[in-house]
Structures are given as C-alpha cells and as structure tokens.
Design a protein around this ligand. Structure first.
Ligand SMILES: [Zn+2]
Length: 69
C-alpha cells in the first residue's frame, strides 16, 4: 500500500444519509437504498467525501460524480 496515511474509515462513523451533516462523508455504504447509510467519516473542508472515499470516487471513469450539495 502506497498511501498508509489514508485508511478506510471505521464503521462506527456510519450515519443514516438523512442525518448526515455538512462535514460527514456522503458516500453510500449501505446496499439497501430505502435505508441509505453513508460513510459519515469526517471530511476535510470542502469535500463531500472523506479521504478514503474521495480517492475511490476519483478513480471512476467519468460522469458519475455527484455535485456537493
Ligand atoms: Zn467516506
């Protein structure tokens, strides 16, 4: 692993999407969209995602990114 400083966030951060706040990662980790649960880990300022999920999102080919609310 080349980036030891970025680790997968603990499941303890996970938060129902409807309860997620401004500086919580919005990456959906649940498989059931009726009860969407997001990562909830602290984000760094302007991002909608934590470091971990931001790197995952940026790997996507194109077009699927979501704008920050
Ligand atoms: Zn996250």
């Amino acid at each position: 692993m080349t980036r030891p400083e970025i680790t997968k966030p603990s499941p303890r951060y996970q938060t129902p999407l409807l309860e997620a706040r401004a500086f919580q990662c919005r990456f959906i980790v649940s498989e059931d969209m009726r009860e969407a649960v997001c990562c909830g880990a602290p984000t760094s300022g302007t991002s909608s995602w934590c470091e971990w999920h931001r790197q995952l999102v940026y790997v996507r080919p194109h077009g699927q990114e979501r704008k920050a609310a």
